[in-house]
Design a protein around this ligand. Structure first.
Ligand SMILES: [Zn+2]
Length: 144
């Protein structure tokens, strides 16, 4: 009887944790939420620090192994490379001219990168939106 009880509680435990993971995946579309989730979830892997943006790096990848992404050349580095020294090295060797740029410069680059990502994501849902627009136009033509 005891064994049976343990099994059901284990099943419940695993079932619950799987649900939690799904919840995190769903939250990916909202950047700020995903970033907060990353900070909470990741303990063993190197986490992204907002300070890294001054080296020209933004974070990408899943919540368990975030990877630094150069906002200039869009090169994605490994999770192990998520250290200020490595990131600074990339900036100094690949983009020496941008080394002394203010944080605002990289903020702007990051914004461009995020907008492009959103456009990419939006293209999948554009078809239905385009269809709806065609219907609207068609309706207007019929009325006229
Ligand atoms: Zn770069």
């Amino acid at each position: 009887m005891n064994v049976g009880d343990k099994q059901t509680s284990l099943e419940r435990f695993f079932g619950k944790s799987r649900e939690d993971e799904r919840g995190v995946d769903d939250g990916k579309s909202a950047t700020t939420e995903a970033e907060t989730a990353k900070k909470k979830k990741v303990s063993l892997n190197r986490t992204y620090d907002k300070q890294y943006l001054k080296y020209g790096f933004f974070v990408t990848g899943d919540s368990h192994t975030p990877s630094p992404l150069c906002v200039i050349c869009r090169v994605k580095m490994s999770n192990e490379a998520m250290k200020p020294l490595k990131l600074l090295h990339h900036l100094e060797t690949k983009h020496p001219a941008l080394k002394d740029k203010p944080l605002e410069f990289f903020e702007q680059k990051k914004g461009e990168l995020q907008r492009q990502k959103q456009v990419l994501r939006a293209t999948t849902s554009t078809n239905s939106a385009a269809l709806r627009a065609t219907h609207l136009v068609a309706n207007r033509i019929t009325k006229a």
